[in-house]
Design a protein around this ligand. Structure first.
Ligand SMILES: Cc1cc2nc3c(=O)[nH]c(=O)nc-3n(C[C@H](O)[C@H](O)[C@H](O)COP(=O)(O)O)c2cc1C
Ligand code: SF4
Length: 350
């Protein structure tokens, strides 16, 4: 049957009210450096939920203070953070929208002086030192505890941040992870043990998915990782880019969307769990076209939803969707007040 943007479906017991997802997108100037939620976060997610999205995945939220990408990134590393996070889930649920939180550790890309990495690896001027097995187990526990806190805070699930060069991605990419032990022989082992640990500690209906690199380093690897994760009970696969410096991207000539949208479609052919596609989807026509061409289950509309938080409601009602203006550097993470797309959208609303 032809997939429609307006279709509802469920992941475990979580009802997804249409096929548009707001993917995780960090903002760095709303926090005070403690990793605690501010009123601005609550209002931002309430607004996105009110705007009709089928699902929201909250921005990368760090599982340890040392694993942060920026000092003002949201955190889920201590129990005191739960109350603020609960304000977000309550605001979003009151608008009838489910919400997952992306749990994250930056690894070698992070701000820590001695950044963690599965193996000795040089990234620009940063040298990652190989993690000890004790360090690996400690970070795995941090992910598991973060998922428990996410459950306590009222999220419908978590998305493991397994792409975009961060720690899990570093484990999954054999050009970065050159370890001689089981974590190198089986690059998925680090993630699988976290998945297993989370499953043991949260109720059965709590969703556990992953944002996974499609080209890690090749699409063949991405497909293999997807299949292994499915065999081990992952609930959804949100497909994006992998470790930028160590990936071989591909798409056939004439494919009208981004290479990772193509890759999401190729992964969808091989698994039966829900697959999400992302990048460069700006208009309702893009969303419909990408759904039809790839047969994925969910389309992420990221910057489009930042510029117009009502993007989904407008699309479903057949209204004009103001959208992202593709600034050369997205200003949102630095300061949402600088988002030219949002400013234009607000002007048009007046
Ligand atoms: C401001 C900003 C912050 C982002 N933060 C995250 C993040 O926290 N986690 C993540 O996986 N991707 C992050 N991304 C990537 C987006 O989720 C998305 O994959 C990307 O913007 C491409 O989709 P789009 O063309 O619909 O915007 C971010 C992107 C932007 C623009
Ligand atoms: S309009 Fe510019 S600042 Fe706003 S979401 Fe798009 S790229 Fe980011």
């Amino acid at each position: 049957m032809k997939k429609q943007v307006s279709d509802t479906f469920s992941i475990r017991n979580t009802m997804i009210r249409n096929r548009i997802c707001v993917p995780p997108m960090v903002v760095y100037n709303w926090s005070d450096g403690s990793g605690y939620v501010d009123d601005k976060h609550v209002e931002h997610y309430r607004q996105l939920a009110h705007g009709g999205a089928g699902l929201i995945i909250q921005e990368a939220t760090c599982v340890t203070a040392e694993g942060q990408l920026a000092q003002t990134q949201l955190g889920i590393w201590e129990d005191g953070q739960i109350a603020g996070l609960r304000r977000i889930t309550q605001a979003v649920h009151a608008e009838g929208c489910p919400i997952f939180v992306q749990i994250h550790h930056a690894g070698i890309v992070g701000i820590a002086e001695h950044a963690l990495c599965p193996s000795a690896y040089q990234l620009g001027d940063k040298t990652g030192a190989e993690m000890s097995v004790e360090q690996i187990h400690a970070i795995q526990q941090a992910f598991i505890r973060a998922a428990q806190r996410a459950y306590q805070a009222g999220y419908d699930g978590v998305e493991l941040h397994g792409c975009h060069r961060y720690l899990m991605c570093q484990f999954l990419n054999r050009r970065v992870n050159t370890r001689a032990d089981v974590y190198g022989e089986h690059p998925e082992q680090f993630v699988l043990e976290i998945l297993e640990g989370i499953r043991k500690t949260v109720p059965e209906d709590f969703v556990v998915g992953i944002r996974l690199g499609a080209f890690e380093p090749t699409l063949e690897d991405g497909i293999r990782h997807a299949k292994i994760l499915e065999q081990h009970g992952i609930d959804f696969l949100d497909i994006s880019y992998g470790f930028t410096e160590e990936q071989e991207t591909e798409k056939p000539a004439g494919f009208p969307y981004k290479d990772i949208v193509y890759a999401a479609g190729e992964i969808k052919k091989q698994v039966s769990v829900p697959v999400f596609a992302v990048n460069g989807i700006r208009t309702p026509e893009d969303a419909r076209g990408a759904l039809e061409l790839t047969q994925v289950d969910m389309i992420d509309v990221g910057r489009g939803s930042l510029a117009n938080p009502n993007w989904t409601a407008d699309a479903l009602a057949g209204r004009e969707t103001d959208t992202c203006l593709d600034c050369s550097v997205c200003q949102w993470r630095i300061d949402p007040a600088r988002c030219a797309g949002r400013l234009l959208h607000e002007k048009r609303q007046k």
